[in-house]
Design a protein around this ligand. Structure first.
Ligand SMILES: Cc1cc2nc3c(=O)[nH]c(=O)nc-3n(C[C@H](O)[C@H](O)[C@H](O)COP(=O)(O)OP(=O)(O)OC[C@H]3O[C@@H](n4cnc5c(N)ncnc54)[C@H](O)[C@@H]3O)c2cc1C
Length: 408
């Protein structure tokens, strides 16, 4: 039997979050035009905390809501409707994924010193792995860490460290054991910012128009020179040589979070498209009455529906502690392309208005393009998925287990 019933507690929390996003976060978006961001955010966070909406997937004993994978997925699928949604409940990227990694792999000292202020919303953390020298194949990273007594000294460069200019802590990957097997050469360091050894050169200009507000919200992507950066040995997370394991740990959730927020964004874009075509007439008829337009909306609805099912299935597997790596890769690619298509369709149906900055669609469009690159580009995930598929065929004479076949 397949049970699609959502437990009552998960439904209840989803409803509360939906209401909060609609009643509080979406109206606050407009306030950002006239009031300072820190003030608006502080107010949102006070309201969220007062309603018990804080760090959804963090255990209760650490001050979070203690939601399991399914309830968290349902909540995150609501939060993505507003760019203030996740921020209001302190579950925004890239911080969220690192909180999880510190929770699982941090030492007591790291939890007390670094995790606690993150969970309290007092500090933010960025992740510095990618270098100009290496991205998709991160084993090409050149930043080197050399042991010096109780410390390590790091030298190298990083780029596209999201949120570095807004962060108080950076999680930095560097090579600690050049002679070890490829995936054991790197370690992950917690670095307090600002730091003379972690020199932020600039926020890189991207296709997403930069704004001071965006950067404050953690939206900038920094280029960094790492010069004689001294980090205590006690700040290595998960042990020496475990950098890739730590990276995979945080990226696994990060990929899903993007996907969950994509569903909310796509839903809002599709709602906007539906409203627009009902209101707008061309050639003597509302756009909504054109079959061609209905097909465009129908294609978006199909993708959004499949996207929801994919995520809910992954949440189900996560609840049961089942291996979901194949599904995670499939979902990462599918959800990034789904949101791209839905937002693009919404822009098309809004005409020039969609291209303007008078709706959020244009900003969404330029920001989500990155999702086909980050957390592993599409091609790398498809490569993994294809390899797993062939392996399954060789082992079982069918590829079914690698494409959802374990459902039946
Ligand atoms: C908006 C944004 C935010 C980011 N935030 C962060 C961050 O916070 N921290 C961080 O460390 N990094 C971050 N990154 C970097 C991101 O993780 C890298 O861009 C990504 O890993 C790809 O690396 P690359 O850009 O060097 O591309 P490359 O490694 O040069 O790859 C280029 C292209 O080659 C293709 N390709 C690569 N390998 C294969 C293969 N095996 N088979 C087929 N095709 C392949 C893909 O199409 C890929 O897009 C961010 C990037 C962006 C755009």
């Amino acid at each position: 039997m397949i049970d699609f019933e959502i437990p009552a507690e998960a439904q209840e929390v989803r409803e509360r979050v939906r209401k909060f996003v609609h009643d509080v976060c979406i109206p606050a978006e407009a306030e950002l035009q006239t009031r300072p961001y820190p003030e608006v955010l502080a107010e949102l966070r006070t309201k969220a905390r007062a309603e018990g909406l804080w760090c959804p997937f963090i255990p209760v004993e650490y001050g979070g809501m203690g939601l399991g994978p399914l309830a968290n997925a349902l909540v995150q699928m609501e939060l993505g409707e507003s760019h203030l949604g996740a921020l209001s409940m302190n579950t925004q990227g890239p911080d969220d994924a690192t909180m999880l990694t510190l929770l699982t792999h941090g030492t007591d000292y790291q939890k007390e010193t670094y995790l606690k202020p993150l969970l309290n919303g007092e500090k933010r953390i960025c992740y510095s792995m990618t270098e100009k020298a290496a991205g998709a194949d991160a084993t090409g990273m050149q930043t080197l860490a050399v042991r010096d007594g109780d410390n390590w000294v790091l030298n190298g460069e990083k780029w596209f460290s999201s949120g570095a200019t807004a962060a108080d802590i950076a999680m930095v990957m560097a090579k600690t054991s050049p002679d070890a097997p490829r995936h054991q050469q790197f370690s992950t360091f917690l670095v307090e910012l600002p730091n003379p050894g972690y020199q932020i050169q600039r926020n890189i200009k991207t296709m997403n128009p930069e704004s001071e507000l965006g950067e404050m919200m953690g939206g900038g992507h920094a280029e960094i020179i790492i010069k004689d950066l001294v980090v205590p040995h006690a700040n290595i997370v998960g042990g020496e040589g475990q950098g890739f394991n730590m990276g995979q740990h945080r990226l696994a959730y990060g990929r899903l979070r993007h996907g969950m927020h994509n569903i909310a964004m796509a839903q809002r874009a599709l709602d906007m498209a539906a409203k627009r075509v009902l209101e707008r007439s061309t050639f003597g008829k509302p756009l909504a009455e054109r079959q061609g337009v209905q097909w465009m909306l129908a294609d978006c609805a199909s993708e959004l529906y499949m996207a929801r099912l994919v995520l809910l299935h992954i949440a189900y597997k996560a609840e049961k502690g089942l291996d979901l790596r194949q599904e995670n890769s499939i979902a990462k690619v599918y959800l990034a392309n789904m949101v791209h298509k839905v937002v693009d369709t919404a822009i098309q149906l809004h005409g020039a208005l969609g291209y303007s900055q008078d709706t959020p669609l244009a900003r969404w469009y330029t920001s989500i393009r990155s999702q086909r690159l980050v957390d592993g580009p599409d091609e790398v995930h498809r490569w993994t998925v294809g390899r797993n598929l062939l392996k399954a065929y060789k082992e079982h004479g069918t590829t079914a287990s690698m494409c959802g076949g374990d459902l039946i």
